[in-house]
Design a protein around this ligand. Structure first.
Ligand code: ADP
Ligand code: MG
Length: 575
């Protein structure tokens, strides 16, 4: 947790203020019992009303001062703690943003969400308590012991007996609690995971009547979390009664032995009362310390989880001295590329080599799982190759700045993703400063104009979160428009026409052909009719290149391609 405290630096002043306020408040609390014993010993016992009034007024003043300090301390400490939380969340978010897809796969989205919310809250809470108690508890304890022994030395043995007992108890519970607190956090992760999957997959769950199964799954995770939380709370519940027992025994002992001394005349009654109050203060501060002892391990578990995220170095980083691509534009080259997903046994791509030049339309075809998406994901450097190299404009993508590389590319992923916002916002995602005319043109080429004009507010129509209020084919066309508005050097379409009907598909490709004149176009497709006119077709089969050439050439030379073709086209179409 200490490691995270460096993010508290902007709040140095507030923290210093809180510490001084808490310090003053503690002093006032330590002073009050002494004043009270004065009133009892010198006022009440001697029936001096004037003295009682005088000290009484002073006592009131001290008490009011202490309260004011306490209120101000509460204000500034919560200010600091909340600010700390804000900084932490921002840090985690920024860090996670730089992750490559591999790191996302590693930690998992639900866990990242818990870490950025629940775990930060834990730390925030404990920071506030630390600021308030870390200072007051030790001062109160030491000050209380000193003041109490000044009042009477003969009763001090009671404290000497009780305090180690209390400390041992606190220590025992804290060490027992830590592992369970850690477990609680992972179980919250699990709940998050299930809730997320359920909310996102609600259509599938209903369609397949898996509601009951999912409910069971959630209940199992929920029960698990509940049981663990109950276990930890049982442990904590043990603490209160045992502490109370010790405190009450101390009370009895002080009054018992104190009154004997008063009887013998060796102790003034006011001193006994003051001693009693100091004993309570000491034990109260121990109690506070014990709360800290419970909360710190818990926050420590959270801090570890946050540090884990912050410690992950994104695998894909910009080189120290990025190379700029020269005058060449729109060249993509795969040089003997082999790529293996993290933890996978078989490489998803093996010895893939091919080239795409400006003005060319290169198609990639192959069965599902043959590695087509994997291949195109290597071009914007979503993953790094295992061996070989991917070159864009003659420069290895690993030597280029990521922003520069990606600015060259208009990428339409297989899963069309839209963001909440208007239709125009979504298209402008490709180019923030696109004019209305540019947006309109991109939509027109993407064959999206028809359905956009049919929407209630045209380009200003709202897209729901996750794009649920447009159809799959409409989503694809908007995603295509987003890539087009950018007018990049290299277009990459990953199976982006799959949800379109044949007519729209054909119209789109015709319009695209005019639009992408001079640019490099890479199209991943399943349909032979989509790729037939390509300048070059790369046929993938189980991660290997089965053949490269034009439709005509491949029909003669490539068995895999022939099979794909004959499964889709009739004899005369092939000819
Ligand atoms: P295609 O797009 O041709 O259908 P993909 O490129 O998506 O195929 O997948 C190729 C292979 O890589 C598949 O066997 C798939 O299981 C595997 N794969 C895809 N994505 C991942 C991933 N994130 N982690 C591990 N393996 C993956
Ligand atoms: Mg794919």
């Amino acid at each position: 947790m200490i490691k995270l405290f460096k993010f508290l630096r902007p709040y140095k002043l507030q923290i210093a203020l809180v510490i001084s306020l808490v310090f003053l408040q503690t002093l006032s609390e330590l002073y009050l019992p002494t004043l009270m014993s004065d009133i009892v010993n010198n006022g009440i016992m001697r029936q001096d009303v004037g003295y009682i009034w005088k000290i009484g007024r002073f006592m009131l003043l001290v008490a009011l001062g202490g309260t004011a300090c306490s209120i101000a301390a509460a204000y500034f400490s919560s200010l600091t703690a909340m600010g700390f939380g804000k900084i932490l969340r921002a840090r985690i978010f920024e860090h996670v943003e730089r992750f490559s897809l591999r790191e996302f796969d590693k930690v998992g989205t639900p866990s990242l969400i818990t870490r950025n919310t629940n775990d930060v809250t834990q730390i925030q809470m404990v920071t506030m308590i630390i600021m308030r108690m870390m200072i007051s508890a030790p001062i109160m304890m030491v000050g209380g012991i000193v003041m109490a022994s000044l009042k009477d030395r003969h009763l001090a043995w009671i404290l000497a007996l009780a305090l180690p007992l209390l400390a041992a108890l606190v220590l025992f519970i804290a060490t027992k609690g830590l592992p369970i607190f850690r477990a609680v956090q992972t179980k919250i992760d699990r709940i998050n995971l299930i809730v997320r999957e359920n909310l996102e997959g609600i259509r599938v769950i209903r369609a397949f009547n898996r509601t009951n199964y999912e409910r069971e799954r959630f209940q199992a995770a929920n029960r698990d979390l509940t049981d663990t939380s109950i276990r930890v709370n049982r442990l904590m519940a043990l603490m209160m009664p045992s502490m109370m027992l010790i405190m009450n025994l101390v009370t009895v002992a002080i009054i018992w032995f104190g009154s004997l001394s008063v009887d013998h005349g060796t102790l003034e009654i006011g001193n006994m009362m003051a001693f009693f109050q100091y004993a309570m203060q000491i034990m109260m501060s121990l109690l506070m310390a014990s709360i800290l002892f419970i909360m710190i391990p818990r926050a420590q578990a959270s801090a570890d989880r946050i540090n884990q995220v912050l410690a992950i170095e994104p695998e894909i980083r910009d080189p120290a001295v990025p190379r700029h691509a020269g005058g060449e534009k729109g060249y993509v080259e795969f040089r003997d590329v082999t790529f293996c997903y993290h933890g996978a046994e078989e490489p998803a791509l093996r010895n893939v080599s091919f080239e795409a030049r400006p003005g060319e339309f290169v198609a990639i075809i192959g069965g599902t799982g043959s590695g087509k998406s994997t291949l195109v994901n290597l071009i914007p450097r979503f993953y790094d190759v295992t061996s070989g190299a991917v070159l864009v404009d003659g420069v290895d993508v690993r030597e280029m700045a990521q922003a520069e590389l990606r600015a060259k590319i208009g990428f339409v992923p297989q899963q069309g993703v839209l963001f909440s916002g208007t239709v125009a916002d979504n298209i402008r995602y490709g180019k923030a400063d696109a004019t209305e005319e540019e947006v309109r043109r991109a939509a027109e080429i993407a064959q999206a104009l028809d359905f956009i004009s049919d929407m209630k507010d045209g380009f200003d129509s709202e897209i729901a979160q996750g794009g649920t209020n447009v159809s799959g084919g409409q989503k694809q066309r908007l995603a295509i428009a987003r890539a087009l508005v950018r007018r990049p050097e290299i277009y990459i379409f990953d199976d982006s026409f799959s949800a379109l009907d044949f007519k729209t598909d054909a119209r789109l490709r015709a319009a695209l052909k005019r639009e992408t004149e001079g640019a490099t176009v890479l199209i991943v497709a399943q349909r032979v009719s989509t790729v037939m006119n390509a300048d070059r077709i790369v046929v993938l089969h189980e991660g290997r290149v089965a053949g490269i050439g034009t439709h005509r050439e491949l029909l003669q030379t490539c068995q895999v391609y022939r099979e794909i073709v004959s499964s889709q086209l009739s004899e005369e179409e092939i000819a």
